[in-house]
Design a protein around this ligand. Structure first.
Ligand code: ZN
Ligand code: ZN
Length: 414
């Protein structure tokens, strides 16, 4: 049996037994649905369903590799894009390891140039070093470090949505994407009608774009003879406090190289490092603004503006401003992993374990031949690393490897 048939049969069995795990979106009749199919590989979109049962029957019957629905509400979801009659859209954020620089991508991600076959590790370059081609086949892997990084970005985002933008926990829905990240969705009458530009402003806010220390509390105070610096405090509201906390976080571990990269003078860098403990302690009082000889407004401005990057949320900016975006439906399987997109209350964001709770296939073992795969965990078990070898594995691990095109089935029983 080929890989696609095997995966499709497993997906089919899952949907037949678990169709009620699908989270039917609010106002289903106003949403556009889209699907990718195993064989065709193309996206079928502009589908509409009047009631949940029709959607569930469609999924059971067609067994799509991916299921999506629109963040937007339309008068006629099945019409062509410009004739749908846009009524509004939920606010949506995508936090994916693809958009966050991690050091481990060199360990588990590879790319191959489509032009000349040149291979490399980590994120694909803009141009192939061998033939200057710009098209690559990329193989990414989901790893715990990447998922943990994505979780931290999600926590920062949710914090801003509640503390700074005033949404209530009830309006915010978090989910694991089923692959390398998290989704955050806000359903609120206040954002429903925001256009793309307004959503871009929200993007700028949560990514800290254009935040400058001189507009957030950093200033010179004095009568001309004696000049003091004042700056943001850790507990200030909004970006003031975030910027201060970012500086604190940065200076906690900053090295000589980190500080020099900001363009600070050698002597100043030495003084900062020599006074690290005093600087950190000073936040309890008035902050470190006047402690370091030779470090004035412009120097602190550089440090604070860099501190902002520690507090900003690394979201996929395109997704949030797109008011026609299709989103993976919670309770459905991800075609690149066989893991569930699964939503959870924001109170669980710290302890939610995606590699346990998103497992869809809980029974059966299958023998596979694995080409190559890094070590990975599912539930309590760690598998691999594998290289050109046979292995008998639980179905969830098998489906993941097959979806990643890293293995083929030897034993044919699902
Ligand atoms: Zn090439
Ligand atoms: Zn990783």
């Amino acid at each position: 049996m080929d890989n696609l048939t095997f995966i499709r049969e497993a997906f089919s069995k899952f949907y037949n037994e678990n169709i009620d795990r699908i989270e039917v979106p609010k106002s289903i009749g106003s949403r556009e649905f889209g699907f990718t199919m195993f064989r065709e590989g193309v996206m079928v979109r502009h589908k509409g369903f009047i009631n949940p049962e029709d959607l569930k029957e469609f999924i059971k019957k067609n067994v799509p590799s991916n299921v999506y629905y629109s963040a937007a509400y339309y008068s006629v979801p099945e019409a062509k894009m410009d004739e749908k009659g846009w009524l509004g859209s939920d606010l949506f954020f995508d936090i994916d390891a693809d958009h966050i620089p991690t050091k481990c991508d060199k360990k588990h991600d590879t790319w191959t140039c489509r032009g000349c076959g040149f291979k490399g590790r980590g994120e694909a370059p803009e141009k192939c070093p061998s033939c200057s081609g710009e098209s690559f086949d990329e193989k990414t892997w989901l790893c715990e470090v990447c998922l943990e990084t994505a979780r931290n970005e999600t926590i920062k985002l949710v914090d801003m949505l509640m503390d700074d933008l005033g949404f209530s926990p009830k309006e915010i829905k978090c989910s694991f994407s089923g692959h390398r990240g998290y989704h955050v969705q806000v359903e609120s009458e206040y954002i429903l009608n925001l256009d793309s530009n307004a959503r871009k402003e929200i993007v700028d806010y949560v990514t800290g774009t254009g935040i400058d220390a001189v507009f957030h509390g950093l200033e010179e105070i004095g009568d001309g003879k004696t000049v003091f610096l004042a700056g943001p405090s850790l507990n200030d509201a909004g970006w003031r406090g975030r910027a201060a906390r970012g500086v604190y976080e940065f200076l906690l571990t900053a090295t000589d190289i980190d500080l020099k990269k900001l363009g600070l003078k050698k002597k100043v860098v030495e003084r900062i490092l020599a006074n690290r403990d005093e600087i950190l302690a000073s936040w309890k009082v008035n902050g470190p603004w006047n402690m370091i000889e030779g470090l004035g407004l412009e120097g602190w401005r550089k440090i604070i503006n860099y501190g902002v990057t520690f507090q900003s949320a690394k979201i996929d900016t395109v997704v949030t401003s797109d008011v026609h975006r299709l989103i993976r439906l919670p309770g459905t399987l991800h075609g690149k992993t066989g893991l569930l997109k699964i939503s959870f209350p924001i109170s669980r964001i710290e302890d939610f374990d995606p590699l346990r709770e998103a497992l869809a296939f809980k029974s059966g073992e299958v023998e596979v031949y694995v080409d190559e795969a890094p070590a990975f965990r599912l539930g309590d078990d760690v598998f691999g690393p594998f290289e050109k070898q046979k292995a008998v594995l639980p179905l969830s691990a098998v489906i993941l490897l097959l979806c990643k095109n890293a293995a083929r089935v030897i034993d044919q029983h699902v």
